[in-house]
Design a protein around this ligand. Structure first.
Ligand SMILES: *Cc1c(COP(=O)(O)O)cnc(C)c1O
Length: 376
């Protein structure tokens, strides 16, 4: 039974938290066992592959109570119903599976390279066609959606930090009404549901790499798709996809993300404040040509003076910033994205993506400043 169901059931227990709470509170209060005297506060990790017959659940590729606890929290944060997946890309792959054979997907040029990788692979196999758009070009996106089956948005984009005016795109789609609106999916990994909630703007599905901010400690992989309340049909199809393709998370991973989500608000608040401080200083830095920063959140990219070699030198010489791929952990991370062969070729060679963590901001600055000054 979920917290809200148990609340509805009443039964004289102290009332469990429900709707009307701020997102930071929901992240802490939901996804817990009912408040029965003597019951544990935290959802257990349920390690099982199967269940005794004749119950509501039968096999663990379809249901697991640890996923359910996490899905309750993620659904409440995004304002929809959540499904957890083995990784962020498993969730992206699930939404791509909604496209009929030969269908059309519209996606921004600088979407996450794994996302563009899935689309390239599927289109090379003849399964679908891709129309590439620029994330900031609302009119271009709306007109590319004519006759399309799926619009995959990512805002900010990874790693170019472009923003899409998602409400304007949705208004444009509703106004144009050419052959029906595509399913609109937003990858909300960078912003997290604390900074924007695309389902509230009218998107159909939000996807997450929970590996990043939601888990927050660089120790697990997990993904999620959260479906708008009016689209039970999509929820059912994504659930079927997850079951049949086995794109399921392990219960331990779900538990780790549930634990990570509890501190999402404080981690993000701290990291975003530090990012704003660092960005203001980087904009004045003689070894930095350009700073890309969406104005919120804890991600930024910088283009350093010089090319690929200079950018690599910065990564090799930081002592505190961790040179590694991925983002959204408590540890500040730095990476030159073009070192990955799959990265989109219009991402500059000298671009470093910064994921600001929760360390002391002055320690972060002196480490980064020293590594950058070595270029001068
Ligand atoms: C990392 C990432 C993904 C992929 O998630 P995994 O958990 O690594 O599979 C998808 N979208 C964005 C924006 C990401 O940063």
């Amino acid at each position: 039974m979920t917290t809200e169901e148990s609340q509805a059931a009443g039964e004289g227990r102290p009332s469990a938290p429900g709707t009307g709470l701020a997102p930071a509170t929901r992240a802490v209060a939901l996804g817990r066992p009912p408040r029965d005297p003597g019951a544990p506060l935290t959802a257990p990790v349920t390690f099982t592959s199967t269940y005794y017959a004749d119950g509501a659940v039968s096999y663990a590729r379809t249901d697991n109570p640890t996923w359910t606890a996490l899905e309750e929290v993620l659904g409440a944060l995004e304002g929809g119903s959540a499904l957890t997946f083995a990784s962020g890309l498993a969730a992206v792959s699930a939404v791509v599976s909604l496209v009929p054979v030969g269908g059309v997907v519209v996606a921004p040029r600088h979407a996450y390279n794994g996302t563009t990788g899935i689309l390239d692979e599927r289109s090379a196999a003849g399964a679908l066609r891709v129309r590439t758009v620029e994330a900031e070009d609302v009119d271009g996106i709306v007109s590319a959606c004519s006759g399309a089956d799926l619009l995959l948005l990512e805002s900010p984009t990874n790693p170019m930090m472009e923003l899409t005016d998602v409400p304007a795109v949705l208004r444009g789609l509703d106004a144009s009404d050419r052959g029906g609106r595509p399913v609109v999916v937003c990858d909300n990994t960078f912003a997290t549901p604390l900074l924007q909630q695309p389902l509230g703007w009218g998107a159909d599905v939000v996807v997450h790499s929970a590996t990043k901010y939601l888990a927050g400690h660089s120790d697990t992989l997990l993904g999620a798709a959260v479906v708008a309340p009016g689209r039970r049909d999509l929820h059912e199809r994504l659930h079927t996809h997850r079951t049949l393709h086995g794109a399921v998370p392990g219960p331990m991973e779900a538990w780790l993300v549930l634990r990570g989500v509890r501190t999402l608000a404080v981690r993000l608040e701290r990291a975003a404040a530090s990012a704003a401080t660092l960005v203001a200083r980087l904009q004045e830095h003689p070894a930095v040509e350009r700073v890309r920063y969406p104005g919120f959140g804890a991600m930024a990219s910088v283009e350093v003076a010089g090319g690929a070699q200079e950018a690599e030198r910065v990564c090799a010489s930081t002592r505190l910033w961790v040179h590694s791929t991925s983002l959204g952990g408590v540890e500040s991370q730095i990476e030159r994205r073009r070192r990955h062969p799959l990265e989109v070729s219009t991402v500059p060679e000298n671009l470093l993506r910064l994921s600001v963590g929760v360390e002391d901001v002055e320690d972060l600055w002196s480490d980064l400043d020293r590594a950058l000054r070595a270029l001068l």
